[in-house]
Design a protein around this ligand. Structure first.
Ligand SMILES: Nc1ncnc2c1ncn2[C@@H]1O[C@H](COP(=O)(O)OP(=O)(O)O)[C@@H](O)[C@H]1O
Ligand SMILES: [Mg+2]
Length: 688
């Protein structure tokens, strides 16, 4: 910038030098003498130079014209006598009227111009005409040239070589750009778009505050607009956007405009007035955005979680997928929260008082049907849209990959690898009726392809529900069960009388008996075995029984039965209760030991291909030793604090807050077994 100014100054000085040299040549002096005639034509020439270099270099406004013309009026009055002496009084009057006419045009143009009204308003149109007349006829080059020429020709003969060189010099300055002069005379063709307002401030890269023209107050939300503004980086870009909000300020109607795209358009460049917002009837790209528009990113957003101000709440709900364009990549976010904010209601007049939160799922990797985290956060005011996944067709997959459900309101599948999920222990949590057993049955149906399934079920539900899969009772004859029960009772008596030898003997006997049953099942063709106990009255008894049973299963697995085994612990609090919950059940010490034992078994199970499927309503009363071993968690709706704390370790505090709000058959899933290694809300609803 400074460089250009310097160059300009250099050029100006050179030209000034030329004038001085010409002056010396013509009159013998560098500086004009004070005699009137010399002075006037030098000042004419000088003013031509100054005005074309500095005043009207880029743009002539009526104010420039006033600055040019007012001194000329004074000069004109001063030189009137010279004209009269030369018998040119009529010429003086012509010149003087000309100047006064331009002066009037400039004045009126300034007075009539009204920024609060659209350029199409009659006042502004008139002002524009007058401005064009004034700036064309009142150009410094033009009026000062006339003055220069008059004095030059009045006092010197045209045949004089010196005079001719002065005239050539003048011509050189004037004929800078004759075409421009012609263009200026005609009024620019106004663009036929509907001008609605003027940009008053740029709130951020994407939001513009616009004051509506008095005669365009019907502009409304979601009207599509385009414009150019003063501080744009690239002059040839035309901005496209839509009206996001309307509000009143100082009794004037304002709108907020959201910039959606910028396009190069040389044709529009000329016909657009800067900072004026023009409404257009349609634009395919913007219309598509508006159709799916949810809101814009607001402050407090992080990489993992965005906050957005919601402008279109009707369409969205918990779990829905949103998309944000980040560096031309589509990044997906899942809604976890909506907060209605009072303070925002007070500030805004018509819209935008719900703040939403969504967690990042990331970029969709279709080959792997999973999400991949994106490592950065979107800009403030980035557009948030309802995700459109209709174009995505995930590839086919087969067992052990299993479609748990979909991302709510999309077609994107949430896939888990059942081998990974089960072998690293899988927990299904949620209140009664949320759908735990239902999904368990579906998973078991898949698993039986290559896994022996042993369900520890005290609800009595499994036989009925798994009927179609041909389940087998592991303790299938009533006699045998009674025998075992009696042996356990005997062992308890022996324990009380501290007869350790008898205790050990009985233990071995029980295990031997149980072993027969389990081996029988493992070696049978049956895939699903059910271990149930009729009597639920004695917790310690159940625990002991279960412990023996599980120990046996593990011992058999250790010996290297080739098949995978999945142990389903339905209503896990009865099988593996939290020790503090069995404190008042009498024989505390031994119960606690039993639970710890089961915990250890769970821990080792992985080594021998025994995986757990733990199903629980509340995490509070289920052994944490067992639960913390579960590397994949599916959690339906839950209300209890312990669950929040426990599951919070897997999900983080943001997602945990959604647990009480999850809708029917929606759940949060996370962990090793899930293809996307990111917690997310999944819709498990099945057509029944
Ligand atoms: N994903 C699902 N899609 C459709 N209906 C379901 C789904 N899950 C559960 N249900 C319905 O809800 C009922 C209760 O589910 P259930 O699995 O027994 O709950 P829980 O075991 O958590 O107490 C089921 O009998 C079934 O009719
Ligand atoms: Mg159930």
């Amino acid at each position: 910038m400074i460089k250009i100014l310097k160059n300009k100054l250099v050029l100006f000085s050179i030209l000034l030098g030329v004038i001085l040299i010409l002056s010396k040549w013509l009159t013998g002096e560098f500086f004009p003498s004070t005699s009137d005639n010399n002075l006037w034509f030098y000042s004419g020439l000088f003013m031509v130079l100054v005005s074309s270099f500095f005043i009207e270099e880029y743009y002539t406004s009526p104010r420039n014209i006033l600055a040019n013309i007012l001194p000329l009026v004074v000069i004109f009055i001063a030189v009137k006598q010279i004209f009269i002496d030369n018998n040119h009084a009529w010429l003086w009057w012509v010149g003087f009227s000309y100047i006064v006419f331009i002066l009037l045009c400039s004045f009126l143009s300034i007075i009539l111009n009204d920024d609060d009204r659209s350029p199409d308003n009659y006042k502004n149109i008139l002002s524009e005409y007058l401005k064009n007349i004034a700036t064309t006829l009142g150009k410094g080059k033009l009026v000062f040239s006339a003055m220069f020429l008059y004095f030059l020709l009045t006092f010197y003969s045209i045949n004089n070589i010196k005079v001719l060189s002065l005239m050539l010099f003048w011509w050189f300055i004037i004929v800078a750009d004759p075409q421009k002069l012609v263009n200026k005379i005609s009024i620019k063709k106004k663009y036929s778009d509907d001008a609605v307002g003027r940009i008053i401030s740029v709130q951020s890269k994407k939001i513009f505050l616009v004051r509506l023209f008095q005669d365009s107050l019907n502009a409304k939300i979601f009207d599509i607009v385009r414009f150019k503004y003063t501080v744009q980086d690239d002059e040839t870009l035309v901005c496209y956007g839509f009206i996001l909000e309307t509000f009143l300020l100082n009794d004037q109607k304002w709108v907020k405009i959201l910039l959606c795209k910028e396009e190069h358009d040389d044709a529009l460049k000329k016909s657009f007035e800067k900072n004026i917002v023009y409404r257009i009837s349609n634009d395919e790209y913007i219309e598509k955005i508006i159709k799916r528009f949810v809101g814009v990113i607001v402050d407090g957003s992080e990489i993992g979680k965005i906050n957005f101000e919601c402008y279109n709440s009707n369409e969205i709900s918990e779990g829905d997928l949103l998309e944000v364009n980040l560096n031309n990549k589509t990044i997906y976010y899942q809604i976890i929260q909506g907060i209605a904010k009072e303070e925002i209601v007070e500030k805004k007049n018509e819209t935008g008082f719900i703040k939403g939160q969504a967690i990042q799922l990331g970029k969709w990797n279709n080959e792997n049907y999973s999400f991949e985290k994106h490592g950065w956060v979107p800009d403030i005011n980035s557009v948030v849209l309802i995700a459109d996944t209709s174009e995505i067709v995930p590839p086919a997959f087969e067992y052990p990959e299993y479609k748990l459900g979909i991302i709510p309101n999309t077609t994107l599948p949430v896939v888990i690898n059942l081998h990974d999920a089960i072998s690293h222990h899988f927990a299904l949590l949620g209140v009664t009726g949320s759908g735990k057993s239902f999904i368990t049955f579906e998973i078991l149906k898949e698993l039986r392809i290559d896994t022996k399934i042993i369900c520890v079920d005290f609800t009595g539900e499994y036989h009925e529900k798994l009927k179609g899969l041909n389940p087998k009772s592991i303790l299938h004859d009533a006699n045998g069960v009674t025998q075992i029960e009696e042996m356990i009772a005997e062992k308890e008596t022996a324990t009380k009388s501290k007869n350790s030898k008898a205790v050990l003997d009985l233990k071995h006997k029980i295990q031997g008996k149980l072993n027969e049953y389990i081996i029988e099942f493992i070696e049978s063709e049956n895939k699903i075995g059910i271990f149930e106990l009729p009597d639920l009255s004695n917790t310690t008894f159940i625990l002991e029984f279960t412990q023996f049973f599980l120990e046996n299963v593990f011992n058999i697995a250790k010996k290297g039965s080739a098949e995978r085994i999945c142990l389903v612990l339905e209503e896990a609090h009865t099988v593996v209760p939290e020790t503090s919950f069995i404190g008042d059940l009498g024989d505390f010490g031994s119960s606690k030991a039993i639970v710890n034992k089961i915990g250890q078994i769970a821990l080792q199970g992985r080594k021998y291909g025994v995986g757990l499927l733990v199903i629980a309503q509340r995490t509070a009363n289920v052994s944490k030793t067992v639960l913390t071993q579960c590397n994949t968690v599916l959690c339906f709706q839950a209300f209890d604090e312990t669950s929040f704390t426990f599951i919070g370790n897997y999900l983080g505090k943001d997602l945990v807050t959604t647990l009480p709000n999850l809708t029917k058959y929606h759940a949060i899933v996370t962990g090793k077994g899930v293809k996307s290694n990111i917690p997310m809300i999944v819709d498990l609803t099945r057509e029944l």
